[in-house]
Write a protein that binds this ligand. Structure first.
Ligand SMILES: [Zn+2]
Length: 597
């Protein structure tokens, strides 16, 4: 007899065998017992969570003459022929391969006829989101006037792709990812039944790797079994799933945290020599770091949801590393992960990564464990982390200034004073930078699409000429409007706007950069991105209120006004009046306060 995959052999045949979807199976059983069936069901959820199994059990239960407590008998002719897929009245359609209008029209035509053997005709349409628009329309017609003896069960992994008109006609069930514990229990049950030896730790590795899908778990278990001659060992489980052992991960991270570059590098070597995949290692590290953060927030959550993570080394690590450092690590790990996608030699990146992580110079203090689990507190931590980072960058910039180090390729002095931007006198040294409308409006008055395009085109080049700390500050910025004499630059985070606005050296460096690249030096005006829509609106209102004022002679932008059709200033009319005076009148003061989150 040929080998049958575990997930086929152990496919649940009763609602009670469906793992981890108790609410759904109970509801369905009750509907069968009380005879309150719907004409159409939608089973939505990740792959391998039991959607099609539940669909077939439902098809059996409603047709089985021996149905008891909502469960099929699985022994009668009807049950057996449905299980083997030979009953003509239960029709399974894979929408991934039959997604056309013709197929669904065919379904619609045949649905009219009464079932031949069973009580109900059941159409199970798998991956229903793959249907074409025409096919959905044909299906909708059938769902609008369903024949009495027909039940549709639609299954999908992507319910958001299903038209609302369909959704409104079905009873929807959302299948959850199966917890690692449930998967573990099912594997133990199967292996005990088959009298196969297994290592507990191995099953935990498989349960985690399956990521909530029972079918995936059983497929991996199959591979481990064939790999290990019908034994489930920890080593084989690691091998098959490509996982890196937890102890290696914690050893590596401990070295990284303690700045032991040499030892950390040697961990990487060992890991690669044992045949592990570099990208898998990074992925496992990210998960491990997330576990650390989660554990620091709420130990119970990790204990409940994760298996085999918590050992002494893990606990030790969570107690010595502070959350901010872990956040930084995750950022670095994500960066490396992205870069690795485009290289044939991902191994090389691991060394770079290791050096970078290990030489993180920020202060590592013991973790003040927050007990709150809300995402709000995580957000706050992130913001705080970024703020600290910026403060530290700021300090480095100040030190550089103090020591007189040229920060822009050494050509700082090459710029004539007259050419330097003067856009910062309103900011002083206070940390409360403000949006300065008297600087913004003149830029908007003369803004052209061409000027903005010019700046956008050289923006990357401009930033790449900055030193690392300034670049870090400017990375979240972008030019949103430009005239020949001024550029409005928006910052994604208000506090970065604050920092940039009060950083004269940064503004000089930007001016120098532009002078070098474009041979002219517009003023820079910084704004927080969140205020940009308001500022634009205010400008337009001011413009309208001012009516047809006399155009100032100075308003001859260097480029044709007809080119002003950019997103960023498409509200602008060709013949706009000069409105600075009006704006000042409107706003009273020439500045408005910045709302700091
Ligand atoms: Zn039966």
């Amino acid at each position: 007899m040929s080998y049958q995959a575990l997930y086929r052999v152990w496919r649940p045949q009763r609602f009670d065998d469906v793992i981890g979807q108790d609410v759904i199976t109970t509801t369905l059983k009750n509907a069968i017992i009380t005879n309150q069936l719907s004409h159409a069901y939608l089973f939505a959820g990740p792959r391998g969570t039991g959607k099609t199994s539940a669909a077939k059990i439902l098809a059996k239960a409603i047709n089985c003459p021996n149905q008891k407590d909502g469960e099929p008998c699985n022994e009668c002719e009807i049950c057996e022929s449905i299980t083997s897929g030979t009953l003509n009245d239960v029709i399974e359609i894979d929408a991934a391969s039959n997604n056309g209008v013709e197929e669904i029209r065919d379904v619609r035509d045949k649905a009219k006829y009464a079932p031949t053997q069973a009580t109900y005709k059941v159409y199970i349409i798998d991956e229903v989101h793959m249907l074409s628009t025409g096919a959905f329309n044909a299906l909708l017609k059938t769902l609008e006037e369903p024949p009495a003896h027909v039940i549709f069960i639609l299954a999908t992994t992507e319910p958001q792709k299903i038209p609302a008109t369909i959704i409104s006609r079905v009873q929807r069930f959302d299948f959850k990812r199966i917890t690692a514990n449930d998967i573990l229990g099912r594997m133990e049950f199967i292996l005990n039944d088959k009298n196969i030896d297994y290592d507990d730790k191995a099953l935990k590795v498989i349960a985690k790797a399956a990521e909530g899908g029972m079918r995936d778990a059983l497929s991996i278990l199959d591979q481990v079994l064939s790999f290990g001659f019908d034994k489930v060992t920890y080593e084989n489980a690691l091998q098959v799933t490509g996982s890196v052992t937890k102890s290696l991960l914690s050893k590596y991270l401990t070295n990284v945290v303690n700045h032991d570059v040499k030892d950390a590098l040697s961990d990487v070597r060992k890991m690669l020599e044992s045949g592990k995949d570099a990208s898998r290692f990074v992925e496992d590290l990210i998960k491990y770091c997330q576990d650390i953060l989660l554990y620091q927030q709420s130990p119970e959550m990790v204990e409940e949801s994760e298996l085999g993570v918590i050992d002494e080394e893990f606990k030790q690590l969570t107690s010595i590393v502070d959350a901010q450092r872990v956040y930084r690590m995750i950022v670095d790990l994500n960066d490396i992960q992205n870069q690795m996608r485009y290289t044939m030699h991902p191994d090389v990146y691991l060394d770079v990564l290791t050096v970078k992580l290990s030489t993180d110079t920020k202060q590592t203090v013991s973790q003040p464990t927050a007990q709150s689990t809300s995402s709000q507190s995580i957000d706050n931590q992130l913001v705080e982390q970024l703020q600290n980072q910026v403060a530290s960058l700021q300090k480095q910039v100040e030190e550089l200034t103090k020591n007189g180090v040229a920060t822009n390729g050494g050509n700082t002095t090459a710029i004539e004073p007259a050419k330097r931007p003067v856009a910062k006198k309103s900011t002083g040294n206070s940390s409360n930078a403000r949006v300065n409308l008297t600087k913004i409006y003149p830029v908007l008055d003369n803004a052209t699409r061409q000027d903005l395009t010019n700046i956008q085109n050289i923006w990357d080049e401009l930033l790449s000429g900055l030193d690392v700390t300034k670049r870090a500050l400017m990375n979240v910025s972008k030019p949103v409007a430009a005239s020949h004499d001024g550029v409005v630059v928006s910052f994604e985070y208000p506090f970065l706007f604050q920092k940039a606005s009060t950083d004269e050296e940064l503004q000089d460096a930007l001016g120098n950069g532009l002078d070098r690249i474009l041979n002219y030096v517009p003023d820079f005006v910084f704004i927080p991105a969140e205020q940009w829509p308001e500022i634009r609106k205010g400008y337009i209102v001011a413009q309208k209120n001012s009516g047809k004022e006399v155009r100032s002679e100075s308003e001859n932008s260097s480029v044709e006004n007809s080119e002003q059709n950019d997103d960023n200033n498409n509200e602008k009319q060709d013949n706009e009046p000069k409105i600075v005076k009006q704006a000042t009148q409107l706003f009273g003061e020439d500045i408005i306060d910045v709302k700091d989150d």
